[in-house]
Design a binder for this molecule. Sequence first.
Ligand SMILES: *[C@@H]1O[C@H](CO)[C@@H](O)[C@H](O)[C@H]1NC(C)=O
Ligand SMILES: *[C@@H]1O[C@H](CO)[C@@H](O)[C@H](O)[C@H]1NC(C)=O
Length: 346
Amino acid sequence: MKIFLSLTVLSLVGLAFGAPTSSEEDEVLVITKDFFSKDSIIYSGKHEIVNLMVPLNGLNHENDNDHSSEYNPNSNEIDLNILLFFVEADVDSNGNRVDRGLYVMRNGKATKILEHGRDAAASRDDSNLAFFGAKDGIYVYDYANNSANKYGTVDYSIIGIGKEDTGDVIYILTENHEMFKVSKGGMRKEKINDVVDARQFVLDLSNNIYFYADDKQAYVRTINGVKKVEGLPQNPSSVTLIKPPVLMYEDAVPFVVDNRLYFIFANGTSEYFKTIFEPKAKPSAYAPDGFLIQYYAYNNKIYEFNLIAKFYDHVTSYLDTLIYDNMDKIQSAANKSPRPRQRQRV
Ligand SMILES: *[C@@H]1O[C@H](CO)[C@@H](O)[C@H](O)[C@H]1NC(C)=O
Ligand SMILES: *[C@@H]1O[C@H](CO)[C@@H](O)[C@H](O)[C@H]1NC(C)=O
């Protein structure tokens, strides 16, 4: 795999580490179409990719029996073999969503496992658990059969699903914009009354819930209740919440407002992250969760950005500084991130 240089790496490292270094204080990073290089494409489809999720759990660790797969720093011919889930959908001429299926990408091959699957959520622990929200309820991933099995008794039409780091507490958002907490193996559901009219939500690493309503304003729900996030543009035309990378702040999530990247915090504040997507270079889905291995969907394709290769390879000075300044964080992220391994070639 060709090493991805320059702005991309800077932006990804920037994304991963929080603020740019002080000397870069006033610089705004502009993501252009060049960001999406052909070398980084791992999947190419026929429909818009509206959702991407990398499970940071046993699905990307323990099923890997190939212990010869330690990364070889002398070779830059590394193919990652990450298991990830993604969702395709179109919009019809009346502006309605048309489901095109939830897929699993495994051993480099994409398989549709749920025709009406819309979102995925996974534990961040040693389990193999991943759940899907679908038109007719919740499904659980079956690793052995590479399929999805119905889970629990909920039968709502679900548009969003999220999960606490461990355990079996799942949050779902229905097509009617109601949120429920689901527990006890999917058998028990409780309506969350203080989350009103949510359109999308994500959890941070401390299990706070961030959502936005029809007004495209962001809110955060903590143990202290729901709070509006301050300091964001007043009348945006489009907003997207992103699942946070593993070693970002414990209590924040990325939020794209029109073409600008912000972080919003559990205390109700926000910060402009000095990153702008050119209108024609805006991803349709993001999965920075893996931190050192990040995925972006753009133009019906999935792109893989591999910072691990960059990390082990000869690095340019800017990156050196960032990485060596953050060595502890990186080591701990590398341990939490999906492990790279050789792809079987047949
Ligand atoms: C899933 O795989 C198991 C073996 O791992 C098998 O017994 C079972 O019948 C399979 N289920 C389906 C629905 O294919
Ligand atoms: C909110 O939280 C962020 C991140 O922890 C922190 O940097 C900021 O100072 C906090 N702001 C207030 C007003 O407490």
